[in-house]
Ligand binder design. Structure first.
Ligand code: SF4
Length: 283
């Protein structure tokens, strides 16, 4: 009789196969447009695919080897994010040490789907692919990049999302979100197939802002709607409130994040049992 663990195991395997299938197609697409076979370029290509609805824009970007640059980030928010990362990791190191847990802590850690603010990995003499890994993404502003989140969910290891200003720390339920991840992967595979067979859909609208396709009849004025100011202005009150909330919440989010990481590293939950049973990797 099939148990819940077997069902979860099958779904995990299916998502992993979809991810491999997409990776192969992205590689094929990169190669067909002369992008070479560098892994970092495939990540850039994945971002391009999942950002735009207009496949004409993606095709044009592929032809011009134009990657999705990170939006010009106000240095105020960047500095806040970097500061919060240091404070959170300091608390984590103290708790790891107090609990006698050895772990590798990395910042700005690259993977096939993007770059994480921090990654904590077990270091317990197991092969690295068998080690537990926890990814941490820290947001210093109220905004949330759903495209980035969608890519991060494609990896099966634990993901903690922190929004410092609101004091929120969420450990995302990766297993529960598998149907969403599967849906996303399925549609990205279909989109890549359309690009490979040159049967693209042109979707004029939002994507036209900044599109470099000068031949398209929907091309808009290059500067229309441009918002690359590089900084955001706020009133004195808003600035004070933002700064106060940020600083007041740091110790709370650091404590909560560190506790979740410790729990994850010491945990022998159903998921671990399941992965061991399958002889699979969680990393
Ligand atoms: S101008 Fe607009 S419709 Fe035309 S390819 Fe670019 S994004 Fe698509």
């Amino acid at each position: 009789m099939e148990t819940n663990i077997d069902i979860i195991s099958e779904k995990t395997k299916a998502v992993s196969e979809q991810k491999d299938q997409l990776a192969k197609k992205v590689e094929e697409l990169a190669y067909s447009y002369g992008w070479g076979r560098r892994k970092s370029l495939n990540t850039a290509l994945l971002k391009l695919l999942s950002t735009h609805s207009c496949e004409g824009r993606i095709q044009n970007a592929l032809q011009n080897k134009e990657t999705e640059e990170d939006a010009k980030f106000d240095s105020y928010y960047r500095k806040k994010s970097e500061y919060a990362t240091v404070r959170i990791l300091d608390r984590l190191k103290t708790l790891l040490s107090a609990n006698g847990i050895e772990a590798l802590i990395q910042t700005e850690a690259y993977s096939t789907v993007g770059r994480y603010d921090a990654v904590i990995s077990q270091t317990n003499n197991k092969p690295s692919e068998k080690c537990k890994k926890i990814r941490i993404e820290i947001k210093a502003s109220l905004g949330l990049d759903f495209e980035q989140l969608g890519r991060y969910l494609m990896e099966p290891s634990s993901l903690i999302l922190i929004r410092v200003v609101t004091g929120q720390v969420a450990k995302l339920p990766i297993t529960e979100l598998q149907p969403y991840v599967s849906f996303t992967l399925q549609e990205l595979i279909a989109k890549t197939d359309r690009l490979l067979t040159k049967k693209c859909y042109i979707v004029p609208g939002n994507d036209c802002h900044g599109c470099q396709d000068t031949m398209c009849i929907y091309k808009r004025n290059k500067n229309k709607g441009a918002t690359k100011m590089g900084f955001i202005t706020v009133s004195d009150n808003e600035f004070t409130n933002d700064l106060t909330s940020f600083l007041k919440n740091i110790s709370f989010v650091a404590e909560k994040t560190a506790s979740i990481v410790i729990e994850e590293l010491t945990d022998s939950t159903q998921e671990n049992t399941l992965l061991t049973k399958r002889g699979d990797s969680k990393c």
